[in-house]
Design a protein around this ligand. Structure first.
Ligand code: AMP
Length: 386
């Protein structure tokens, strides 16, 4: 379906107010759009650079109704916004992109995995464990028999960066794992012995046009993304397969916007989808400095019905996250990192530097991904040496 594009000068409404909303807002402002943000927070990363910051709870439906009346298109910077929000916007005749079905599917791990399996796409072996009123702990033991050890138990809803997850090495860990995730609906997954983790960040326009930034390789520390490099050092065959999987996901979910497919490459060089994020993703931050069109500009173009931009990668790149832990010894030495001229600094305007909190990132450009990785790690090491 093609509709009239939402042109510069129009107002973008974003639910959520973190760094993803901030980077979308910066791209929107660069192209002459106005941006409003809605979240319970005040002085948020997005609010600092938005034209309007509305502070209200996501279940304050009157506030949601008022918010959508003042914007031309609604989008999200995280998927855990109630479906009611998308419904209210749709009722008001404001396009919601990506649509409510995409949110509904991706905000709950059981639904997401079942969608992928039903679509014939390769996923990590899983068994749903509904909390219900039956003997869920018993069901978990039966599921472990099928999945084998080691396994990972994850809450079905509101999990990210390894939160709401417990590893089960043997039957003796099962009960503790079940208790640690708080007796909620859950999903049991085989722990994949992966060779590497990769992602494909891709975009789909309102006319079905598809664009992607190729395969990005990701390394995690304590379940949190640490470093991403692009292009990932994988074979052409694997890269083509990964992009084809992403294309299938975006097409089958009828996504208008950006979506990231996180995957494992197992020891047999096969791809298994771990997770979907229906929005720009941390692993795609390097596109801001390394690509003709960033994932945020592309999200804007897609949701506004503009043609998608080129995703050409200008140089090999590496991105390193800056977590709150870096502030332990005082303010990091920004000048020392900026002295490396091929390194770019991004900070999200967050006040409290808590442990594990994503405060910003660095991107380094170089002739090879090996050099880019080395450079970004050197820049991050300099920050702490002040
Ligand atoms: P998630 O929140 O599901 O994206 O998990 C965060 C990280 O935990 C992943 O990026 C992996 O490093 C690790 N992880 C999650 N699920 C699995 C799994 N089934 N097998 C192996 N590692 C996993």
């Amino acid at each position: 379906m093609t509709t009239d594009p939402i042109l510069p000068g129009s107002t973008i409404g974003v639910f959520g107010s973190g760094q993803l909303g901030r980077m979308l807002a910066l791209a929107a402002r660069a192209m002459g759009y106005r941006i409003h943000t809605f979240s319970p927070e005040h002085g948020s990363p997005t609010g600092q650079v938005a034209d309007r910051e509305v502070c209200a709870a996501y279940d304050d439906l009157d506030a949601v109704r008022d918010f959508v009346r003042h914007v031309h298109v609604v989008t999200f910077e995280f998927e855990n916004v109630a479906a009611a929000v998308a419904e209210i916007a749709a009722e008001a005749g404001v396009p919601v992109r990506p649509g409510g079905r995409v949110l509904h599917t991706t905000q709950q791990r059981i639904r997401e995995k079942q969608f992928l399996a039903a679509a014939g796409l390769p996923v990590t072996p899983f068994v749903p464990i509904p909390a219900g009123d039956r003997d869920a702990a018993h069901e978990l033991l039966a599921a472990l028999e099928r999945i084998g050890y080691p396994a990972i138990l994850k809450t079905a809803a509101f999990g990210y960066d390894g939160k709401g997850q417990a590893r089960i090495a043997g039957p003796e860990d099962a009960l503790a794992a079940w208790q640690s995730i708080g007796h909620q609906d859950a999903i049991l997954e085989a722990q994949v012995d992966f060779e590497r983790e990769v992602s494909v960040v891709a975009a789909r326009g309102s006319d079905g046009d598809f664009a992607h930034w190729g395969v990005i390789e990701n390394s995690h520390v304590d379940h949190i993304l640490d470093v991403s490099v692009a292009p990932a050092p994988v074979s052409e065959r694997l890269a083509a397969e990964a992009v084809e999987l992403a294309h299938a996901v975006l097409a089958q979910l009828d996504v208008i916007g950006v979506l990231c497919v996180e995957m494992f490459v197992d020891r047999r060089e096969c791809l298994l989808i771990n997770e979907l994020a229906p929005r720009p993703h941390n692993s795609g931050h390097l596109t801001i400095d390394a690509s003709v069109t960033s994932q945020f500009e592309q999200q804007l173009r897609a949701i506004c019905g503009l043609p998608l931009g080129s995703t050409e990668l200008l140089r090999p790149a590496a991105m390193a996250n800056l977590l709150g832990d870096l502030w332990a010894g005082g303010e990091p030495d920004w000048a020392a990192a900026c002295a490396l001229r091929d390194v770019k600094l991004h900070l999200y305007g967050k006040q409290a530097a808590r442990k594990g909190r994503k405060m910003g990132h660095l991107t380094a450009l170089a002739g090879t991904i090996g050099d880019a990785r080395e450079l970004v790690l050197a820049a991050r090491a300099r920050l702490a040496q002040g």
